[in-house]
Design a protein around this ligand. Sequence first.
Ligand code: URA
Length: 418
Amino acid sequence: MNILEIIAKKRDKKELTKEEISFFVQEYTRGNIQDYQAAALIMAIYINGMSDRETTDLTLEMAYSGDVLDLSRFGTNVVDKHSTGGVGDKVSIILLPIIASIGIPVAKMSGRGLGFTGGTVDKMESIPGYRTNIGIEEFISNVEKIGISMIGQTMNLAPADKKIYALRDSISCVENIPLIASSIMSKKIASGANKIVLDVTVGKGAFMKNKEDAQKLVEQMVRIGNLANREVRCVLTPMDEPLGYSVGNSLEVIEAINFLKGDMPEDLKEVVLELGANMIQLAGLGDNIEENKLKMLEKINNGDGFNKLKEMVQNQGGDVSFLDDTSKFEKAKFIVAVETKKTGKVRDINAEEIGKLACFLGAGRLKKEDKIEPNVGIILNKKVGDIVEENDFLAYICANDEQKLEIARQKLLEIFVI
Ligand code: URA
């Protein structure tokens, strides 16, 4: 068996065997298959698709490409959460400390930015000192000690997904149901939780643009979860305009901190509460979804959620003074308000376009090796449905490059449909 035959088979729309998928995943992870060959195969999968059986084989092979955690010491109701990706999606940074403060253990492995969407790991790394790259023992001992740890895919957990994920990001092969389902479920299986809540985003700023595709993705992930003995619950959430107001790494961390201090944008609040209420129900700590939401609000109002975030940041080496005083986060060189010349109602703020604009400013990567700029991005001042008058500020652009700033200003005026 060799990689050229496997690429040719998928190029010619044939089904790959379990052995061929296993060969590709193992040899690519070991570095014995070149990036350009893996890119050709992934592109062929993107174009020609995969059967349910191939998707399952790919998922399990990636899940077992490294260590698979055993979290049974935390009981039989360990609940994990993952999002299929969005713009302005800082949900994990808010939700998981709240969940941990309720007493549900949180062992969360997150991803980096993918395509036009941001990633929790890139966001958390904008807190000076915060280590997302820790070993399995420290990860587990953090959960034992303080009930929560959020890390990146830097340990030996689903290393095949880590490589394929970064590759997909750099060859425009992100929006694909078998590739997304296998990427998410391999990470979740490797991370060890037996119950999983998935935030399946739908809309202009999501990888699934319509409900039919989102439903297909849900079916794949639930099916794979069941095969791997995991209880999977999917919650469909809207992603047409960015979630909340901020898009960009440290900008989103600041919004997450403010949320936990009680400043809660309505759309973000709805998603956080819906996902959290389902996590609490799956963990067996409350059957009633509405009561679970109230429990979460109590944890925000009494400061327990914020204190848990601080405890986690401190525990992983982060400087918590930035959480107490968010003005300490380094600001972009240029912060400029974008004014409208129109009067009317905001009809659309295309989240994908905003995500791409944030990437253009430096919040995301074009190549695997690119370094991101934590302090650039966009802060919306108006959301869909808001009334605007001439000279109102639509948004603020945070940029480190003057030329990019001017291009972004023009683009932003086009993105806002009034
Ligand atoms: N999140 C992931 O972990 N993988 C994807 O492919 C998309 C979103």
